[in-house]
Ligand binder design. Structure first.
Ligand code: SF4
Ligand code: SF4
Length: 403
């Protein structure tokens, strides 16, 4: 087989494994990787130390003699509302406030779903083309900038929201890579990757609630809700807490507003559909699925409940205390608009969490209680002039001087 036939064989195997897309790029230092040191120097990576791994600057540094990168993609778009649609619905103040879990985390951990498939493909490659062929398979776990490799494999362009966008499937894509010493023909000319179709659009930049997209194509992760609620350990800076709104794990806004995602079909991988929790026996009733679960349920989870509910789920990346921390923030934001009865119930839960032995949880619960207090006071303010007007109309006093 020549390089072209070998590539055709790889694409066929990837399709058999169920991947929605597959492409091949040469294993070289892609032009975008030259921006990496400057981005890191500006501190935009926050606490994500693994991004400083120098091997990320060229695939050849990860596997000696690497000649090709195979990039496979699986769409995680399953039926269900966009977060922007869900948040636009007026909340029922009588109902328990709910939080938003990012779409990619509704189902089973994508590492568990995709890595075995990718490893099977890598083993098949070695068997087919000889023992001297070496491979390394990664799903978001190696020092590879997958989305850049995906661009040069012809799978899409890098949008202003920094995601890889495929013209048909949008950006709802999990990416996996196989680095190999085997020479394969690239699926797109290296000097001519897919064109950038963002054009003059800037919806993602305008919609980002925290200004994390500091310029087109540039994200300051320290401001990003996805980073803050998943990767960031410790206290979340107060300046971002109100903007986090109901989001307890990740944020989909800059993808939800992207016109390319609105047209993207749901591919229907059952593994990525919202996890059913019907059999889960927590203290109190568990929600049916992880699609917008009640915040009180999340905040009240014990560590054991948490482990059970989020076994083999991407949500475990936030860790137990991180998720409860996030739920406190979301409760402080969401419960402000709740009916007094609901608000009182939430306040009791937050008071319990404010007495937690974990200072991180306790501090975020206190902050949330402060939000409830502030909203109660704000509601009380307009009541006073109205009361004064009513008193005046009735011929009463009501001025400070009359007291
Ligand atoms: Fe902004 Fe959310 Fe996108 Fe992060 S994920 S850049 S916070 S819109
Ligand atoms: Fe590009 Fe517009 Fe999508 Fe942002 S919202 S990634 S600018 S097409």
């Amino acid at each position: 087989m020549d390089a072209r036939e070998r590539t055709a064989w790889v694409l066929e195997q990837a399709a058999r494994e169920g991947f929605d897309l597959c492409g091949v790029a040469r294993a070289e230092a892609f032009p975008e990787l030259a921006h990496l040191p400057g981005w890191l120097e500006r501190g935009y990576s926050g606490q994500m130390q693994y991004l400083h791994d120098e091997r990320r600057r060229a695939p050849g540094r990860v596997l000696e003699g690497a000649r090709s990168v195979i990039v496979c993609a699986a769409s995680y778009k399953t039926p269900g509302p966009l977060s922007t649609e869900w948040m636009a619905r007026p909340p029922d103040p009588q109902q328990a406030p709910r939080g938003w879990i990012s779409r990619y985390a509704w189902g089973t951990d994508y590492h568990d779903v995709l890595l075995p498939r990718l490893q099977r493909l890598a083993r098949a490659l070695e068997q087919q083309f000889g023992p001297e062929v070496r491979t390394r398979a990664y799903v978001d776990t190696g020092p590879i900038v997958e989305r850049v490799a995906a661009k040069y494999a012809g799978l899409g362009w890098l949008g202003k929201n920094t995601c890889l966008i495929h013209p048909r499937l949008g950006s709802w894509l999990f990416l996996g890579t196989i680095l190999t010493t085997l020479e394969l023909e690239p699926t797109c000319p290296p000097e001519q990757p897919p064109p950038d179709l963002c054009g003059s659009c800037r919806r993602c930049l305008d919609a980002c609630p925290t200004g994390a997209l500091v310029a087109p194509y540039v994200m300051d992760a320290r401001r990003c809700i996805a980073y803050l609620t998943i990767e960031h350990r410790g206290s979340i800076p107060e300046e971002f807490r109100p903007a986090i709104g109901p989001m307890v794990f990740g944020c989909d806004i800059c993808q939800d507003v992207c016109p390319w995602n609105r047209k993207a079909p749901a591919r229907g991988w059952p593994e990525f559909a919202p996890r059913r929790l019907a059999d889960f026996s927590a203290d109190g009733p568990a929600p049916e699925t992880l699609l917008a679960p009640p915040l009180e349920w999340l905040a009240a989870l014990t560590e054991d409940d948490y482990r059970q509910a989020f076994r083999r789920s991407p949500v475990k990346r936030a860790k137990y205390r991180g998720l409860v921390r996030n739920a406190c923030i979301a409760l402080g934001n969401a419960a402000r608009r709740a009916a007094p009865r609901v608000r009182q119930r939430v306040a009791r839960l937050l008071e319990r969490l404010a007495a937690s032995e974990d200072p991180l949880i306790a501090e975020h619960a206190r902050w949330a209680l402060g939000q409830l207090d502030a909203s109660q006071q704000a509601e009380a303010v307009p009541a006073r002039p109205e009361a004064a007007q009513a008193a005046a109309a009735a011929g009463g006093g009501g001025s400070a001087g009359s007291v």
